[in-house]
Design a protein around this ligand. Sequence first.
Ligand code: ADP
Length: 401
Amino acid sequence: MKVLVINAGSSSLKYQLLDMDNEAVMANGIVERIGETVGNLTHKAFPDTDAQKKVVKEEEIKDHKVAMHMVLDLITGTEAGVISDPKEIDAIGHRVVQGGEAFTSACVVDGSVKVAIADNNPLAPLHNPANLMGIEVAEELFPGTPNVAVFDTEFHASMPKEAFLYALPYDYYKELRIRRYGFHGTSHKYVSRKVASLMGKKPEEINVITVHLGNGCSMAAVEKGKCQDTSMGMTPLAGVMMGTRSGDIDPAIVAYIAENKGMSASEVDSLLNKQSGLKGVCGLNDMRDIHSAVENGDEMAKLALDMFAYRVKKYIGAYAAVLGTIDAIVFTAGIGENDDITRALICENLSGLGISMDVEKNKGRKGEPTKIHTDDSKVQVWVIPTNEELQIAQEAVELLK
Ligand code: ADP
C-alpha cells in the first residue's frame, strides 16, 4: 500500500509519500507561504534507496488547491516523480490537530467526520480549519481515494477525568469544553510503542515517560501503553517551557499583565505563545543558537537553558509519581534527539528515581534509536527519532485493512 500523508497548515502544506510494504519514504516536501506573493516548494524524491532528486520552486501559490496540484504533478511527473498515476495512492492520511472528545482514534473521513472536525474549530482556530481544507482539497484531487484523519489528541483520549479536568466550575467543561486535550499524540504514541518493541516488550507491559522536545515541547506519562497524563492542555501553550511559549505559569499573571500593560486578552495570549519561553528569557528560541550564546558567555542564554531543563525534570518527577514505576524514558524531536547537553542537564541527579544516564553513551546527535542509560540504571533511557508521518500512515493502513 502507498499512503500520502498530508499536514496542512494555514499557509503551508507538508507531505510525505510512503510505501507501506517496506515503510520507505518515496517522496516528501513542503509548500510554504501559500497565498503570499511569492510562495515556495521544496520536493525531494527517493526513486530508489541510493538516489535522491530535489526540486525547488519559487512562485505565487494562490491557495492549497494549487499547492496540492503542484505536489501531485511532481510525484507523478518525469522530473522527480515516483509514481506514474495518482490512482497508485491507496490512502491519504491527514494530520488533524484537535479531535476533541468526538475522536478517540483515527477514522475514515466522510461527511459527518468533516462536520465533527469543524465542530472542534473553536478549540483549535489556527489549525483545524486548515487541516479540514487539506482534506477537502485531497477529496477533490484524488476522487475515490479514502482519506483518513489522524488526530494529535487521540492518543491522550485515555486520560482519566482527574487528569484531564481543570479545577474550574464544572459547567465550564460542559458548556465550553474546557479540559486538557494534549497534543503531539502521534509522536508520543510512536515513541512509546517503539521503545516497547526495542525492549522486547508489549506496550501493555511497561510504563514510559515520553519527552518530545522540539519547537513545541510536551511530555506524557504512558501507563501500559495508554496515556495517563500529558503536559499540554486545552491548547499547546501549557506544560514545559518551549521555544516561544511560556508553558505553565500562574494563571493570575494573564489578568495582571493585561491590567498593567493595557493589553487585551488576545494580546496577552500572543505574548505567551510567541514572545515567551526560551525567546522571552534570552531573545533566542533555537536551541543551537542558545548553546552558541552560552559558549560565548551569555548569562541569559544559560539561564534560559537551565530553566528549560529544570521544568522538564520537574515533569519527570511528577510523572514518576503518577506512574508509580517507570521502565523507560524516551527523548525525541529536534532537541530531544540532537541535544546531548540538554538531555544531560535534565537527567542530572535523578538517581533517586532509578534514572542514571551514561555520559558517554549520551554524547552526540542520535539519528537512530539509542540507549543512553548506564548498565545499572533501573530505568532505561532512550533517544528515539520520532516519525509522525509513519505513525499516521500506519494508522491509515490499519484502519483500511
Ligand atoms: P518542530 O516542533 O517545529 O517540529 P523540531 O522537532 O524540528 O521542531 O525541533 C526544533 C528544535 O530542535 C529547535 O530548538 C532546534 O534548535 C533544535 N535542534 C535541532 N538540531 C539541534 C542540535 N543539533 N542541537 C540542539 N538543538 C537542536
